[in-house]
Design a protein around this ligand. Structure first.
Ligand code: ZN
Ligand code: ZN
Length: 366
């Protein structure tokens, strides 16, 4: 079979942009994906042809060589069949949503072993639990080995024999062109055996659903986006070992505190006299401890007071904690009593309270 021009394969012009090439490849790849066209040799060839074309045309250097020298510029063997000159792994990263099938992924990238049973779930954590650690109960659905057939898929008491389609390998491998595509055997669905009678507890799937309840330990200091991995708490497909459970943490917001790394932040309001004269106020730390906080005389609106080692504990060092930063807001009285008004008026007669407002150099701002 003569090789078709790469531009023709993707149906784009020689002056097309990378974006156009990408779109065109996606279209061809989706239409001819082997999973959607099982047993269709023509579609499979189109798919491979398009993938090779995209590999070259999406790489500006390869594309340039191809434009100048044709296939010889991008294929070390010089002919139409490169044995190992193409690396498609970047295409799989880019188009992961098209390439759902593991078997195809393996045949492209050279055998990545996967247990396939991993599960990913979101884990919502209370702010305080995420800071100090603790334990939390989770419930989720997973697959476990069918207890009736022990994952064999065969009804107990009935015989099984080696699958004739795949000779027991579970895969049908088609070698053509420059790489081979392995697909799951359509007869035995990958088990390598033909059943006389399928297990009726699991309808021949080998697995059953389980509602799993687990109490898990939350490490202290955990943040949104972090993943907690629980080994072998994933799906147990047929009689394979169980995959892992990946819990992606999402921490809820707190009413009063927020956090940046290991430091905690909050805001308190004090009265204008507390700010002017200085005072000691009561504050509640995140861990529930009631503390006395010294507000120095002359504290201004927006001043940040630091409470050392009252932040988030670090996971690695037992007694290491970040700081707690408290921003001060000053509340002015909304309504003045007669008495208060008299006092303020007296204050306003004092020279230091009756200064003309002037511009403040930026360098004087704290
Ligand atoms: Zn079963
Ligand atoms: Zn088979």
């Amino acid at each position: 079979m003569a090789k078709r021009n790469y531009y023709e394969v993707l149906g784009v012009s020689e002056s097309s942009s990378l974006d156009e090439i990408k779109k065109a490849y996606r279209k061809v790849a989706v239409a001819n994906h082997p999973d959607r066209n099982p047993g269709n040799k023509e579609a499979e060839d189109r798919f491979k042809e398009a993938t090779e074309a995209y590999d070259v045309l999406s790489d500006s250097e390869k594309r340039q060589r191809y434009d100048r020298f044709g296939f010889a510029g991008v294929d070390s063997s010089g002919g139409g069949r490169a044995s190992s000159g193409f690396d498609f792994s970047h295409i799989f990263r880019e188009f992961g949503d098209i390439f759902g099938s593991e078997s195809i992924f393996e045949s492209f990238t050279g055998g990545r072993s996967s247990r396939g049973g991993d599960i990913q779930r979101e884990l919502r954590l209370d702010f305080v639990v995420a800071v100090f650690g603790g334990s939390q109960e989770i419930r989720y659905q997973r697959l476990i080995t069918c207890r009736t057939c022990k994952g064999t898929c065969s009804m107990p008491g009935y015989s099984t024999k080696t699958c004739r389609t795949c000779a027991g390998s579970g895969q049908v491998r088609q070698n053509s062109g420059f790489f081979s595509i392995a697909t799951v055997c359509p007869t035995c669905r990958g088990d390598g055996v033909e059943l006389e009678r399928a297990c009726n507890a699991c309808a021949g799937r080998g697995s059953e659903e389980q509602t799993r309840k687990l109490r898990i330990t939350i490490p202290k200091g955990v943040e949104s986006g972090k993943t907690i991995v629980l080994a072998e708490e994933g799906n147990q497909i047929g009689n394979n070992a169980a995959g892992d459970l990946y819990l992606v943490v999402r921490v809820s917001q707190h009413k009063y505190f927020f956090r940046k790394g290991y430091d905690l932040y909050s805001v308190i309001a004090i009265s204008v006299t507390q700010a002017v004269l200085g005072s000691e106020v009561t504050v509640d730390a995140l861990d529930g401890e009631t503390m006395r906080l010294k507000v120095p005389a002359g504290t201004y609106q927006g001043k940040v007071l630091r409470v050392r080692s009252k932040g988030v504990p670090t996971a690695s060092f037992a007694n290491n904690r970040g700081n707690w930063y408290i921003t001060i807001q000053i509340r002015l009285p909304k309504k003045l009593s007669k008495q208060a008004q008299q006092h303020w008026q007296e204050l306003s007669k004092l020279p230091e309270y009756n200064e003309t407002i002037e511009s403040i150099p930026l360098s004087d701002l704290e």
